[in-house]
Design a protein around this ligand. Structure first.
Ligand code: FA5
Length: 342
């Protein structure tokens, strides 16, 4: 038995010298430690050994097994390390700055303009708020000093749900909730998708984006409003653009203004994008009507404020020189993916 044990150890040592990869190590394991391997066969022989030697031989076989296991473990670790080093040395080197060739998405131009405006207003101390797309009549109209049957509703026909709710026609629909949430003083912008039953053309969509802004504090005046509008436009366009301010009527502001931008598509000479007028209505605004402040839980004797409702989709048209507003909802990736990749 002892001779056999020495022979197996010798065989193993010899075979181990020739094992050069992990496959060979595995074969070695099966040959010596496997169920039908040499050590298992030796165990079978133990049965026929004289009774008084069984214990001693059993211990020796166990020592042999442990010895083979430990040598095999060392061999496997050494070979694994060698194989890993070889893999690292032979690996092709990659230039991680090379374009991947994989198609990535791109930001929608409206998202780009929206984010730019959010940064501009955040830097001026405004918070950015989110609001529902489905609202009730109170928030969309009544809280904004537009009672039922008021003619101003005609301009904002929309899609109604069976339960009386509606798809919001303007971001002003969030004014009341935001006033109630924060109280005064308050500076907030709230971009959002709006819906109108609209005859669509190059500058009108039935689904478009606006971005509302309100600032309420003590002694806020039209000068503050004009300052913020000018800053916003010069930051967005990074150049002088011609704008005009003219009186405009909205029941929720007093006084109210229309802020128009000279059409950036035709340079103001007139084209389908501006309905041949050379101007595009961009950002109506005004001083918040006292009734709206009261509805929002703010005392108009103590606070005043301004509000504006920027046509975000139209601003994107003007900024990027997009001739037809319908491009934005078209899903035409060739047109929409040329602005900024993800
Ligand atoms: C309003 O929606 C008012 N809530 C804006 C406001 C807010 C006034 C706060 C005063 C104080 P108006 O309907 O004009 O106003 O829309 C505002 C802007 O949204 C327009 O100047 C235009 O740029 C854009 N807009 C309106 N309708 C459409 C449309 N169908 N398609 C694309 N843009 C539109």
């Amino acid at each position: 038995m002892e001779k056999k044990i020495a022979e197996i150890l010798g065989n193993f040592t010899e075979a181990a010298k020739n094992a050069s990869d992990s496959d060979a190590v595995e074969k070695l394991r099966v040959a010596f430690l496997g169920k039908k391997g040499e050590i298992a066969e030796l165990m079978k022989d133990l049965k026929s050994a004289p009774a008084e030697q069984k214990k001693e031989f059993g211990q020796k076989i166990n020592l042999l097994k442990k010895d083979v296991e430990s040598k095999l473990g060392e061999l496997a670790a050494a070979i694994e390390k060698k194989e890993l080093e070889a893999l690292i040395n032979s690996a092709e080197s990659y230039d991680v700055t090379m374009p991947s060739g994989v198609e990535t998405g791109s930001y929608h131009p409206i998202t780009l303009v929206q984010r730019e405006l959010e940064d501009i207003f955040a830097a001026m101390g405004f918070t950015i708020e989110d609001y529902d797309e489905i609202v009730d009549d109170y928030h969309c109209f009544e809280a904004l000093n537009i009672p039922k049957h008021h003619p101003a509703r005609d301009m904002q026909d929309t899609y109604y749900l069976d339960n009386g709710q509606l798809l919001k026609t303007h971001t002003s629909a969030a004014q009341n909730a935001i006033m109630r949430k924060y109280g005064a003083p308050l500076r907030a912008i709230f971009p959002g998708r709006c819906f109108r039953n609209e005859a669509i053309d190059a500058c009108h969509e039935n689904t478009f984006f606006q971005m509302e802004g309100i600032m309420i504090d003590k002694d806020i005046s039209i000068s503050n409003l004009i300052y913020f509008m000018k800053t916003m436009l010069s930051e967005v366009f990074q150049r002088d653009v011609k704008v005009r301010l003219r009186p405009g009527f909205f029941p929720f502001v007093e006084p109210g203004f229309e802020l128009d931008i000279s059409c950036q598509v035709c340079g103001g000479t007139g084209c389908p994008s501006c309905k041949n007028s050379g101007w595009l209505e961009l950002c109506p605004c005004g001083m918040i009507h006292p009734n709206v402040l009261i509805a929002g839980g703010i005392d108009p004797e103590e606070y005043t404020g301004f509000a504006f409702g920027l046509g975000l989709t139209r601003l994107a048209m003007m900024k990027y020189g997009v001739k037809d507003i319908r491009t934005f909802n078209s899903g035409n990736l060739k047109a929409l993916s040329q602005f900024e990749s993800l």
